[in-house]
Design a protein around this ligand. Structure first.
Ligand SMILES: Nc1nc2c(ncn2[C@@H]2O[C@H](COP(=O)(O)OP(=O)(O)OP(=O)(O)O)[C@@H](O)[C@H]2O)c(=O)[nH]1
Ligand SMILES: [Mg+2]
Length: 327
């Protein structure tokens, strides 16, 4: 008991100790520029799913980075884009809210220069963001991602100088989130721009997402990569049961999940000929879940139709996509 009291006291005193640099950093950009890849790279683990198709991330995903004297809460957000669909409006609202509440905004762009001259109409491919950025009072840092694709790296410096003159960014960093290039310099720049403060999360906390949420997301990632056209954008995944038997002699996690689509025709695609597609999705998801959960995994997948769920507020809320801002 005395030990426990001592432990609580220690935890409290750690929480009450000011750090030199503390804050939330919203990672913002249009779809597909590599925001989730960057969060995973910073955290050294997969917290957020990624895909070569756009509009992958739908919720805020937090990764909490601890460095000596610093705690940084990175928030991965959905790509900002224009759409009338309720699900998409929820996604964009989610990103805008994260940006407005952040202590620092990290804008990610995959603009890569083709010559040393910055074209006069260059908007860095971030036009959908510009009106939101104009309203912010917090510092905004730009990272040019995917520089591993740039053949002539000598173009970077003159173009970054021109960008610094044209846009009001606090700093500009070239990075490759995929190859881990320039990320450390970016982190140092971010941390230097955060004020002193009390930790926002208890020491040792590295995320706010649950294994259950990540399991659903990993299934959705495999679904997105295996299917085409509208199916990835008409699908959601729910975890119906998550039986954790990792404590037993032969560790096992039994997951039952449903893939929700909007139409019977989409259900047929997800199931595939003789069940071939759902088997492929299930196998890919199970392999990754086994690695993540460090256990054998039994995965039961069902496919269900919920007509027009991407347009239906109550269905969206039931699937975890709820925002008071999107009626
Ligand atoms: N070559 C290269 N590809 C990258 C890099 N970073 C991300 N990608 C790829 O770009 C694609 C999109 O990456 P995501 O991390 O899912 O992008 P996102 O910005 O989170 O996308 P949304 O969630 O849809 O807004 C994936 O195929 C990534 O592998 C990079 O530094 N270099
Ligand atoms: Mg993403």
């Amino acid at each position: 008991m005395a030990d426990l009291e001592q432990e609580n006291e220690n935890a409290e005193s750690t929480a009450l100790k000011q750090l030199k640099h503390v804050g939330t950093v919203a990672i913002i950009g249009v779809p597909n520029v590599g925001k989730s890849t960057l969060l995973n790279n910073i955290m050294g683990m997969k917290l957020s799913i990624t895909c070569k198709k756009p509009q992958t991330t739908r919720n805020q995903v937090r990764g909490i980075l601890e460095r000596p004297g610093a705690q940084v809460v990175f928030i991965d957000t959905p790509g900002i884009h224009a759409s009338d669909k309720k699900l998409n409006r929820y996604m964009v609202q989610n990103a805008v809210m994260a940006m407005e509440e952040a202590d620092l905004v990290l804008v990610l762009s995959d603009f890569l220069p083709k010559s040393a001259e910055l074209p006069p109409d260059c908007d860095l491919g971030i036009k959908p963001l510009l009106s939101h950025l104009a309203k912010l009072s917090s510092p905004v840092i730009l990272a040019l991602n995917k520089v591993d694709r740039l053949e002539d790296k000598r173009l970077l410096l003159p173009v970054m100088n021109a960008l610094a003159k044209r846009f009001n960014f606090k700093d500009i960093y070239p990075i490759s989130a995929l190859k881990s290039d320039g990320v450390e310099a970016l982190l140092e720049g971010i941390i230097a721009n955060l004020p002193a403060g009390y930790p926002l999360f208890a020491a040792g906390t590295y995320t706010d997402i649950t294994e259950r949420f990540l399991a659903a997301e990993i299934i959705r990632e495999k679904l997105m990569s295996h299917t085409q056209q509208e199916v990835p954008y008409s699908s959601a995944v729910t975890i119906d049961s998550f039986e954790d038997k990792r404590e037993q002699e032969k560790p096992l996690v039994h997951i039952a999940a449903s893939i929700i689509v909007e139409r019977d025709s989409q259900k047929a695609i997800v199931i595939g000929k003789g069940g071939s597609m759902i088997r492929a999705i299930g196998t890919a998801a199970r392999r990754e879940l086994e690695e993540m959960l460090e256990s054998r995994v039994y995965l039961d997948l069902m496919v269900k139709v919920a007509e027009k769920w991407t347009q239906d507020s109550s269905m969206l809320a039931r699937l975890g996509y709820f925002s008071p801002e999107v009626p």
